[in-house]
Design a protein around this ligand. Structure first.
Ligand SMILES: Cc1ncc(COP(=O)(O)O)c(C=O)c1O
Length: 292
């Protein structure tokens, strides 16, 4: 067992969302505000970084390296965590240099060194760097404990709910929730980040839950990871206009689109995993003409 390093503010709040819940025909809807987790603009990655950064510090490393897409929230929060811990941070990002907006702007501000992978596969580009490698999305069998802790918070804050609905990327967030709540009470909404999300989540749980027993909605991926869909545009507008809550186009927007499509239960916790900076870096947003 590794002792996590404290980086966030816990427990995060739970808020009732009656106007949105009514619009969706639910008996009850709550937002678990992990977007308000404190460090570096907040988001779900903070709970996992408390473990992966502890692993880095324990290894004696002075540099952490991680990888992701250009608008990776995990990269931004790794940069923020490294700054707070006095570690050097190298971010290996997919593609080539682009305008430093959204998360990229924040990566810069936090002093991260950005390497563009270009045509090289991310894993290969990461191997060229020297330091402690924090896995893609921050998910490993140790860091999922951060989301088992979140599930315990939820049991104390809400208690009686049918399911938690959460965006699924590298899988650690869902895996940690399932570890504490069981597979029936967690719905993961695939964002297209990994090829086989069920196998990924099951592997993070060490096979303790079979891939086939997990509840995963693959119906919101659309044209692929980070591609905007009409359902996502509608979801972003609906959350903002009923509850004053802003979601992101890659993760939480897909999770709400899945909740709007229905079938997950009557008493729902929506896990707000953050990601708002990505909205300001997404090519599909930024002008009135592209607004929903
Ligand atoms: C805002 C946001 N929500 C959800 C996720 C998915 O979390 P996980 O990678 O643990 O599946 C991510 C991952 O990048 C994210 O940035």
């Amino acid at each position: 067992m590794i002792e996590p390093i404290s980086l966030g503010s816990w427990p995060t709040p739970v808020e009732s969302a009656p106007r949105l819940g009514k619009r969706l025909g639910l008996d009850a809807l709550w937002f678990k505000r992990d977007d308000l987790s404190g460090l570096g603009g907040g988001g779900n990655k903070v709970r996992k970084l408390e473990y992966t950064c502890a692993q880095a510090v324990q290894s004696g490393a002075d540099t952490v390296i991680t990888s992701g897409g250009p608008q990776s929230n995990h990269a931004r929060l790794t940069a923020a965590a490294a700054a707070r811990l006095g570690l050097r941070c190298v971010l290996v990002l997919a593609g080539t240099d682009r305008e430093h907006r959204g998360n990229l702007l924040l990566d810069d501000l936090a002093g991260a060194e950005i390497r563009w992978a270009g045509d090289t596969p991310l894993a290969e580009a990461v191997e060229k760097e020297d330091g402690f490698v924090i896995p893609f999305g921050g998910s490993n069998p140790t860091s999922i404990a951060g989301y088992a802790a979140c599930a315990r918070e939820l049991k104390a804050q809400v208690g009686d709910f049918d399911a938690v609905v959460v965006a699924l990327g590298s899988g650690g967030t869902m895996a940690g929730l399932v570890a504490e709540l069981g597979p029936e009470r967690v719905v993961g909404v695939d964002t297209g980040a990994v090829g086989d999300p069920a196998a990924t989540v099951s592997a993070l749980l060490g096979g303790a839950v079979a891939a086939g027993d997990l509840r995963i909605d693959r119906g919101q991926v659309g044209a692929g990871y980070a591609a905007l869909t009409d359902a996502v545009r509608d979801a972003l507008a609906l959350a903002a206009r009923t509850e004053g809550i802003f979601l992101d186009p890659t993760y939480t927007g897909r999770a709400l689109a899945s909740l709007i499509a229905g079938g997950h239960g009557d008493r729902i916790v929506f896990l707000h995993t953050g990601g708002l900076p990505g909205l300001f870096g997404h090519p599909g947003y930024g002008t009135r003409a592209t607004a929903p």
